[in-house]
Design a protein around this ligand. Structure first.
Ligand code: PXP
Length: 238
């Protein structure tokens, strides 16, 4: 089965916000990514709105025919916005105030009541719910118990181990966690820090259905254009 590519267009908005201008336009970016083979458009509406704005999500939802996946913190504000914006699915992620980017998977134990409420509410409205998790068996079992339909495995530690002694070990953790996700009959996604060099072993994990990739694609697009950058990644994971 071919692995789907979710292209995260947050950093198109980062560039636009540098001038608070209307360009580069996230709607245009979504269309180009889809035309180059992306199966899903991913947008992280952060609490601090440092890149994607509510209007970006509204416009992409309204103007682009696509599968839209929203990354969001598990808060009441975001839950309400997801109900209003109607993405096809959401991924609940931890979000810290001063982080440059997401620092790892959700710690379910600390938040299980909030998560359970949000998962139930969004699922009842036909919105798929994924949890962003480190490759830890207990977190995956808890996600299953809470009713999430998908686990997105955090590949940050694997990406950071690239070329180092622990690379094999980090890949093995992802492989074992993937096996558990499939055994529990949940959908299997992965993402964070994946690039043109480290992506293949993750794409080749048995049962992998979708990879969500942003920074490396948008970075490469500065030199080769977004269409080429997306197509290049797509061909690596197919
Ligand atoms: N998946 C999740 C849950 C994320 O939070 C992010 C970063 O926003 C990504 C995937 C994409 O990560 P990157 O931009 O490093 O490819």
């Amino acid at each position: 089965m071919s692995v789907k590519l979710g292209v995260n267009i947050d950093h198109v908005a980062t560039l636009r916000q540098a001038r608070r201008d209307s360009n580069p336009d996230t709607v245009e970016a979504a269309r180009v990514a889809l035309s180059a083979g992306a199966e899903m458009i991913v947008m992280h509406l952060r609490k601090d709105r440092r890149h994607v704005q509510d209007s970006d999500m509204e416009r992409v939802r309204r103007e682009v025919k696509c599968y839209l996946h929203m990354e969001m913190a598990a808060t009441e504000e975001m839950e309400k916005l997801a109900v209003k914006l109607r993405p096809d699915s959401v991924c609940l992620v931890p979000e810290e105030k001063d982080e440059v980017t997401t620092q790892g998977g959700l710690k379910i134990k600390d938040k299980s009541e909030t998560l359970s409420k949000i998962i139930k509410n969004l699922s009842s409205k036909g919105i798929g719910v994924s949890l962003f998790l480190d490759p830890e068996p207990q977190d995956i079992r808890n996600a299953y118990k809470l009713g999430a339909d998908t686990v997105e495995l955090c590949t940050k530690a694997y990406a950071e181990s690239w070329g180092k002694k622990n690379q094999e070990k980090e890949l093995e953790k992802l492989q074992l966690a993937s096996y558990l996700v499939k055994e529990l009959n949940m959908s299997l996604h992965a993402g964070h820090g994946l690039d043109y060099y480290n992506v293949r072993p993750v794409a080749q994990i048995e049962g992998m259905e979708c990879l969500n990739i942003g920074f490396s694609i948008i970075s490469r697009s500065v030199f080769v254009g977004l269409k080429n950058a997306v197509a290049g990644m797509k061909s690596l994971i197919s």
